[in-house]
Design a protein around this ligand. Structure first.
Ligand code: NAG
Ligand code: NAG
Ligand code: NAG
Ligand code: NAG
Ligand code: NAG
Length: 326
């Protein structure tokens, strides 16, 4: 398959590139090769593919996101960097993808949804989001591509382009609220992003930037409302909402309580009740997915999902990012 081959070669180059001090461009903070005025997405796309195009940025994000989801799979990635993936049994996140519990927000109702209905891991192994374009899996994974693309500052993402702009739900709290994710779970997710990036040779300094962005934009409870992407309305963005999550500066906890069904801060507790007993086990889903027959894929919450995407986005996020790039 041509795209796969291209991606493989590209990542091999990325790893090789990462070992060199610079690209012939200005130096950046932290000793990595990225110039301070170039985004992480553009920098690595340029380094790997030689050209910043929508197709190339999509390929880069596909490799990164698919690895975050199913763990190491690309033969060209550094296999010494073990990436379990968010569907692995070790992280406890798989249950949010299998429809095991009523953790997805559908019209403000906690609903059990199978996000592995697009072929599971098999299509991800082929560098695609799903086997079809109608599945929950396709929507979720595609949103992860575009959301992370925005987060990493992909400059040529555009509506109608090969790599479209993020078009999912713009309140990360609304997408994830019935999961009531705790600090351990969120940290595991963010760690998978860091490990996946590391496996493809992304510089430690750049991984630190992305981790900091995810932590400040989503990994605290009661975060003040902010737009997820430029032009989006001010909305609640906390993904970490459990008591174990650190409380954000300028916390607006009342706004979160009011956004839960019943309007009370405790009503959400009932949303983690078990759903259909038929739910597959998380572990089984990952392994079975490779066979291509069982629904096993990956998909976080609702339509928008773990879209970490505040991309070039959220003013609040943009400020943090800008500060970290100084
Ligand atoms: C980034 O900075 C370098 C050196 O200052 C400059 O040559 C280049 O044009 C800048 N690139 C962008 C996209 O601003
Ligand atoms: C980059 O893309 C432009 C057109 O968009 C093309 O002319 C050029 O040859 C490409 N460069 C590489 C290295 O692929
Ligand atoms: C692969 O990862 C290991 C463990 O982090 C590291 O020691 C090694 O240098 C990496 N190899 C390349 C080619 O980057
Ligand atoms: C977070 O939730 C997981 C279940 O997904 C549980 O095993 C873990 O103990 C919880 N951690 C905290 C800090 O509450
Ligand atoms: C808290 O809110 C005030 C007033 O809106 C603002 O000036 C300040 O920057 C905010 N602090 C943080 C950490 O967001």
């Amino acid at each position: 398959m041509k795209p796969t081959l291209k991606a493989t070669v590209a990542i091999g180059c990325l790893i090789a590139f990462a070992g060199t001090p610079a690209l012939g461009q200005s130096t950046s903070s932290g000793g990595a090769g990225r110039p301070a005025n170039q985004t992480i997405c553009d920098y690595y796309t340029q380094a790997v593919f030689g050209n910043i195009t929508a197709e190339n940025e999509l390929t880069l994000l596909t490799l990164l996101v698919n690895t975050v989801v199913i763990g190491n799979y690309s033969p060209a990635a550094n296999q010494s960097v073990l990436v379990p993936g968010i569907l692995s049994s070790s992280g406890g996140l798989a249950k949010y993808f299998t429809g095991a519990d009523k953790t997805t927000n559908r019209n403000n109702v906690p609903t059990a949804v199978n996000f592995l209905d697009g072929g599971g891991a098999a299509p991800l192994l082929n560098n695609t989001p799903a086997m079809d374009t109608k599945s929950n899996q396709y929507i979720l994974i595609s949103h992860l591509y575009t959301g992370f693309g925005a987060l990493l500052g992909c400059s040529v993402q555009a509506s109608g382009a090969a790599f479209p702009t993020y078009e999912g739900v713009t309140s990360m709290f609304e997408v994830h609220k019935f999961m009531r994710l705790n600090k351990t779970e969120m940290d595991f997710f963010i760690t998978q992003v860091a490990l996946a990036a590391q496996s493809f040779g992304v510089a430690d300094s750049d991984i630190t930037v992305v981790g900091g962005l995810l932590n400040s934009a989503f990994n605290q409870k009661c975060l003040p409302a902010a737009p997820l992407v430029p032009g989006a309305p001010n909305e609640l963005q906390s993904i970490c909402t459990d008591d174990s999550c650190p409380t954000a500066p300028n916390a607006s906890c009342a706004a979160y309580a009011a956004a839960l069904p019943g309007g009370s801060s405790t009503s959400g507790a009932s949303t983690r009740t078990a759903g259909p007993s038929a739910s597959a086990s998380a572990t089984a889903s990952v392994t079975a997915g490779a066979s291509g027959s069982t629904p096993t894929g990956t998909k976080p919450g609702a339509a928008g999902m773990l879209k970490v995407g505040a991309g070039a986005f959220v003013p609040a996020v943009a400020v943090v990012l800008a500060a970290m790039m100084m």
